[in-house]
Ligand binder design. Structure first.
Ligand SMILES: Nc1nc2c(ncn2[C@@H]2O[C@H](COP(=O)(O)OP(=O)(O)OP(=O)(O)O)[C@@H](O)[C@H]2O)c(=O)[nH]1
Ligand SMILES: [Mg+2]
Ligand SMILES: [Zn+2]
Length: 353
């Protein structure tokens, strides 16, 4: 299985694979996830993948695969069926319980697995806020990966006081300064991600995560927002994708954390992984699981493999989360305005160097 070494395959994974895999099964890494469908890279290339029915219905304690997972799969007719997840070395998760008052959604939403670095990306612009980084720092420390703060947009000339503030408020966390506009500081960051290592990018919408991915890849691979330079949420990136860097190393782009509806939709899919897994087989991608033809959820309820009460819970929570998301967006907006005022005031008071 030497052929997936560059993806971060390790002796520990090889052992776990040898212990559990049956003849004909292969190992690969999940490089993308879009609503129940996965992309899997293995020694033979990259294929579309889906979870085996067995995996969707019986919880093995690991839940469903996330981007970065190494999995055991079968390949049939040019597509992969995922049978099991190999043990996760690290995982970056967000608590989803605080987004809702319902215990049913309590728990964690795993964003990515088997990562080596969490790049907490923040822009050296008017949106800069150390407070906003706190939860990400907490989550990064809890992941088992190494947290790194990446301060982008240093070409705007606002970085020096922010560097000082970060040194004070996030002691011991390395800060890399980059400009995606000029390319300054990209090489040291690129050098950090060694062969077979994976860096996860997190941070608010508009901080320059996808611009950084393009810089690191040396090509315009990810779409970035074109007009908005000040970080107002456009939510340009909507999925999580793992990219291979030339000469080894991988980088995982994610949607900005202010893409709140997107995240909450993801959260609800994790809390209702059983429904999400069945719903992947609905005929229509936007199926509401009511009276639509070809609805796999209704079929499962009729067949007795899914509890109708689960669907009712799901519908109720989905409704509430949407309402919360609207309120959450307003709170985020207000916090942003406050921060901007504070920052402007502190700039005025700053003595000349
Ligand atoms: N001046 C300057 N602008 C930058 C820099 N990095 C990104 N930008 C601009 O900031 C805007 C947002 O960049 P994106 O890379 O799309 O941000 P993102 O973090 O991927 O945003 P989401 O996908 O919505 O989470 C774009 O207009 C970029 O051109 C930088 O280093 N300097
Ligand atoms: Mg993006
Ligand atoms: Zn349906």
């Amino acid at each position: 299985m030497d052929d997936i070494d560059h993806l971060g395959w390790s002796p520990a994974l090889a052992h776990a694979f040898a212990d559990t895999a049956a003849p004909g099964q292969i190992a690969g890494r999940i490089i993308a996830h879009h609503r129940g469908h996965y992309e899997l890279t293995y020694a033979g290339g990259t294929l579309h993948a889906q979870c085996a029915g067995r995996m969707r219905h019986h919880d093995d304690g690991l839940g469903l695969p996330v981007v970065g997972d190494f999995v055991i799969a079968r390949i049939e007719a040019g597509a992969a069926t995922i049978d099991a997840i190999l043990p996760r070395r690290t995982k970056f998760a967000r608590a989803v319980g605080d987004l809702t008052r319902h215990d049913v959604a309590k728990g964690e939403q795993i964003i990515a697995a088997n990562i080596d670095y969490v790049f907490i990306v923040t822009g050296a612009d008017a949106d800069f806020s150390v407070r906003r980084l706190e939860r990400l720092l907490g989550a990064a420390f809890g992941s088992g990966a190494i947290p790194i703060i990446v301060l982008t947009k240093i070409d705007l000339g606002l970085a020096p006081p922010m560097i000082a503030q970060l040194a004070l408020e996030a002691p011991g966390v390395a800060v890399y300064q980059v400009s995606n506009a000029t390319g300054e500081g990209i090489a040291p960051l690129r050098g950090l991600i060694g062969h077979g290592r994976t860096a996860l990018l997190v941070g608010s919408s508009g901080v320059g995560k996808s611009s950084l991915v393009n810089r690191l890849l040396g090509m315009e691979r990810q779409a970035t927002s074109v007009t908005d330079n000040n970080g107002r949420g456009r939510h340009t990136t909507t999925s999580r994708d793992l990219f291979l860097l030339d000469g080894g190393g991988m980088i995982l782009d994610t949607p900005g954390i202010r893409a709140i509806t997107q995240w909450q939709t993801d959260g609800i899919e994790d809390a209702f992984a059983d429904i999400a897994a069945v719903a992947a087989d609905c005929r229509f991608a936007d199926c509401r699981h009511q009276t639509e033809p070809g609805c796999a959820v209704q079929t499962a309820i009729a067949a007795g493999t899914l509890d109708a009460r689960r669907l009712a819970d799901y519908a109720r929570l989905d409704h509430e989360l949407k309402a919360l998301a609207r309120r959450g967006d307003k709170r985020a907006e207000a916090a942003q305005t406050r921060q901007k005022r504070i920052l402007t005031a502190s700039h005025r008071k700053r003595p000349p160097p």
